[in-house]
Design a protein around this ligand. Structure first.
Ligand SMILES: NC(=O)c1ccc[n+]([C@@H]2O[C@H](COP(=O)([O-])OP(=O)(O)OC[C@H]3O[C@@H](n4cnc5c(N)ncnc54)[C@H](O)[C@@H]3O)[C@@H](O)[C@H]2O)c1
Ligand SMILES: [Zn+2]
Length: 394
């Protein structure tokens, strides 16, 4: 008899290894000008003498603003034919949240990868806002269990936050980012000429993420944003470049040194202000875009930080004033919408946030400008008072 109580029936061998990820984040301009070597250099970083097969996807919004882009990419590939081969002309992908909501997007992308025999040594390139990068990044991460992928973020938000990260996702069952992967890319190329093509509203939106990350990690960067709010509100080129680089570097540092790049724990400091932001995006059916919702969410949690005794008096006003000077509205009527019990609907964002994180609730608040602090519960009454404060600023 093997199965007696005194005999162990399990035989456990411990397995352990670690993998180092390393990828370049290149800041450049006019990446497809023939003399710009950013792309060929990253393609060739491991195999310098090979002709690399590439399938390029481009956000339809970028193509509408830059109608010559597809032919520039083809000319670039022809001029660097020793290093790269386009397996197809650049493929347009519908831009914005629509591509993440459409259940056919991933299937269509996978079909194209299959048709063009993309293998684990071929490359997919995605040029676009955070939504297109998420969709193409996810398809690239699951095809053959992951093919080489290069991102060209084309919005301020994608260049200063989402595009330099390690995750991808699409929406499903009406839930944001439900289906996704952690998959560090091969390289990221932040080309500032894409930012010039952006409408003002999108240029502004990404600034909220810079304010967010400055608030939790870098008081000096916050002071710089404050000192240059007027230039930023006018989208001054060098100031916008500085904002994007500073924010991208802080996001990268959090992933590199924060101890949890693949988000196994419950803490999510880069999601400061996001529990209410995600809910607001949903309640307004994306009428408020991600960056605009983050500006409101950051202001709300900053006021909450003061009211709950974490943040010194006056600092909440400083944060709200900066966001307003950058051009953000810190109020939306949906913040007032209540359920049948008179409870603000936005509060449901806390439960959704916890479910998305897994484990216990972990919300980042501010202990000072540049200093995040984690809490594990939120007092609904204080959230209500913070909402009242935002309404008074209308
Ligand atoms: N993976 C992550 O870690 C992560 C992190 C944060 C946000 N995100 C996701 O990013 C998305 C938001 O990204 P976003 O703010 O970049 O917006 P977006 O991708 O929704 O793009 C906004 C609009 O701008 C257009 N556009 C993009 N680049 C353009 C350009 N250069 N010129 C003209 N039009 C252009 C798009 O077609 C779209 O209509 C959300 O889906 C969010 O969930 C992902
Ligand atoms: Zn965000």
């Amino acid at each position: 008899m093997l199965d007696t109580p005194s005999q162990r029936i399990e035989d456990v061998r411990r397995q352990s290894f670690s993998v180092t990820y390393e990828y370049p984040v290149v800041f450049t301009r006019d990446a497809f000008a023939l003399g710009n070597r950013s792309l060929v250099d990253v393609l060739s970083q491991r195999e310098p003498h090979k002709r690399h097969r590439c399938l390029v996807f481009v956000d339809q919004g970028v193509l509408s603003s830059l109608p010559d882009l597809a032919s520039q990419i083809e000319n670039y590939a022809a001029a660097h034919a020793g290093s790269m081969e386009l397996v197809n002309p650049p493929v347009p992908v519908e831009g914005g949240e629509a591509c993440k909501n459409d259940p056919n997007t991933i299937a269509r992308l996978l079909e194209l990868l299959s048709q063009h025999a993309i293998d684990r040594h071929s490359f997919t390139l995605a040029i676009g806002g955070g939504a297109v990068l998420d969709a193409v990044g996810h398809a690239s991460a699951i095809f053959h269990r992951g093919v080489r992928h290069i991102r060209f973020p084309s919005t301020v938000l994608a260049q200063d936050d989402s595009g330099v990260g390690v995750k991808n996702a699409v929406n499903h069952f009406g839930l944001k980012n439900l289906i996704g992967t952690f998959a560090p890319p091969w390289a990221i190329i932040n080309d500032s000429s894409f930012i010039d093509a952006l409408p003002p509203r999108e240029k502004r939106a990404g600034m909220a993420e810079a304010v967010k990350v400055a608030l939790i990690r870098d008081g000096k960067f916050f002071n710089w944003l404050e000192a240059h709010a007027d230039e930023l509100a006018r989208f001054s080129r060098p100031h916008l470049d500085h904002l994007i680089k500073g924010s991208a570097e802080l996001h990268m540092r959090q992933i590199r040194l924060g101890g949890d790049p693949f988000e196994m724990g419950s803490a999510r400091p880069l999601d400061f202000g996001h529990w209410s932001a995600h809910k607001l995006e949903q309640l307004t059916r994306n009428e408020v875009n991600h960056g605009e919702a983050v500006a409101i969410g950051v202001a709300l949690d900053t006021r909450y930080s003061f009211l709950s005794g974490h943040l010194a008096a006056g600092e909440d006003e400083r944060v709200a004033a900066l966001l307003e000077r950058l051009g953000f509205a810190l109020w939306h009527d949906k913040l007032r919408q209540c359920d049948s019990q008179g409870r603000p609907l936005v509060l449901k964002g806390l439960a959704d946030f916890q479910e998305h994180l897994g484990g216990e609730l972990a919300v980042t608040l501010l202990a000072g400008i540049g200093r995040g602090v984690e809490v594990h519960e939120m007092d609904e009454k204080i959230v209500g008072q913070s909402i009242d404060w935002l309404e008074r600023r209308k």
